[in-house]
Design a protein around this ligand. Sequence first.
Ligand code: ZN
Length: 706
Amino acid sequence: MNQPKRYLITSALPYANGLKHIGHLAGAYIPADIYARYLRQQKRDVVFVCGSDEHGTAIPIQAMKEGTTAQAIIDKYHPIIEQNFKDLGIEFDIYHRTSSPLHHETAQEFFTALNNKGDLEIKETEQFYDEATSTFLADRFIKGTCPNCGYDNAYGDQCEKCGKSLSPEELINPVSTLSGNAPIKKATKHWYLPLNRHEDFLLEWVLKEHKDDWRANVVGQVKSWIDGGLQPRAVTRDLDWGVSLPNEAGKVLYVWFDAPIGYISATKQWALNNGKDWKPYWYNEDTKLVHFIGKDNIVFHAIIFPVMLKLHGNILPSNVPSNEFMNLEGDKMSTSRGWSIEMDDYINDWIKPENGGGQMADALRYYLTAIAPETKDSEFTWKGFHTSYKSELSDILGNFVNRTFVLMHKLCNGKVPVFHNDIIDDDDKQLINDIKTAKQKVEDNLEEYKFRDGLFEVIDLARKGNQYLQKKEPWKRKAIDGKYSTEDQQHIDNCIHLCLQLTANLSILINPFLPFTAKKMLYMMKVVERMLDWENAGSVTLLKVGYSLRAPELLFRKIEDAEIEIQIEKLKAKSLKTKENKVEETTQHTEHQIPVIKPEIVFDDFAKIDLRVGTILSAEKVEKADKLLKLEVDLGFEKRTIVSGIAMHFKSEEIIGKQVTVVCNLAPRKMRGIESNGMILMAEDKAGKLHFVNPDHKIDEGSGVS
Ligand SMILES: [Zn+2]
């Protein structure tokens, strides 16, 4: 493949309605930043864009609840999120906003171009309208009595008391939340993007052209959307918050349509700021466009936006690397449930100068990359964070650099010693070879968006440095009257010389992942940033002989157990507080919500699930996990270990002998180090209590359920 002439890298635009958590960070931002830094080190032409997504109904609704304006909400969160990214070393070339006039103009132009070419369909429908305020009402702006439970403050799309999903037509006595008046029905027209016209293009482009170089989760999702049949999707809506339609009062572009165009407007703004031309980045085929996203964004970036780009005459993405989800301490991360670590919280707790500054940003970047959910969901635990920090970052990378510098000052007068080629041995040769090959290994992984493996290659190189040092043991040579014999000094020199060259290489290779650490290493080596040019990697002549280097500094400070305990307690307390607040908010209806009905599936989807009756043989609490029980379940044909989150609901002894329904072909998952092979079906009642789903009398283990 020809080398692309330029790169345009995008990270999903975060919604500017609240703080973002580290699961978001792991999904779309850290991988993109690693990739962008790597390309910059290669001196490629690269632009890395992102910004706030500031439209959609959720923001004006939140504003109404908080008694403020939509503008005030985005003006509050945009700068916080932008600063959070900076503090964590995410270096965008521009962090733009979709509320900017340039974006509005760009999105309008995009819509008009498609509309003029006949690429959109117009349909007329009847919708609720508030005559007092002359506005069509989005579902959320209509309230009424729930036909299901009689709750009189149900929204037009959902009853928050019983959880039933509704359409505004179903509400009894609907009223507009804007005026309090009863709305009328009024005809309105909307524009639709007929995705159904583009199924063949998507089949060819994603499922044939990219079936091997895109991640399986992306290709799989696209396939299942197409299998389900693509439908025309409304591009416009009646609302006053968003990008208004040219010449159509009271209508705006749907947020899913305008948000990805935010990548284009951000590129334009970047070009304006830097005196560049933005067009080649979006029109020239020799540009490589890469969208980094989380898995909830796959449909927009692998189906809808590409169709828009194709119709508009732009280039298509070369790849859409999407991560799976990152869970937190055994549960799904969720800001609304208080089970999350916000970037802002992490920064406040860890990234202060007295707490080590940037090295703690790197600590998070390291762990989130090491456990990146690249191919399946993964789990953040504070203990795991601590362990990887101690045993990998600190003990391998930090320790190697520190030992090298200490020994250089002790045995070589603080200067880069000469390398004596005449006494080079096999260990030296091996290390030189390891240095030379590491570059290619890291490169191969990064080019394939395997960031976790790329990082492990760098750590592995540092590990080899430690092994080399351990084998050479330069500290064991004996000095007489403060002087070493010529032979001993030459051996010391060679060892320290190579370890220093290795340190220089490590700074280059680690920079995409841990930029603050790389900077600190440059400082210690007294070299300028040019050293980090990627082409320098692999060389063992980066540091000049005789050059004096600074005193060693610890790359990674010690993290005490107590600091980790505080974080675990803090997370529990936050989740509890969120729960209490929620109970308070909904005092009139404390009953548990019944979940909304999920989208329709076909029989084949259901038939994939292998359900069997099993009997619980034993149950024990999982250490340090309040919610988990480790169960031994007899399935007739075999016995299984299943970890189940039911410890708050059942005592171990009372469930032994119970029959349960087991999903027995669920992929194994490790929880607290125990591999769980299946899942027990549970029903949750209105009070939030769990009950087993089991046959009405005892039957053979292994019996199928369908
Ligand atoms: Zn209801």
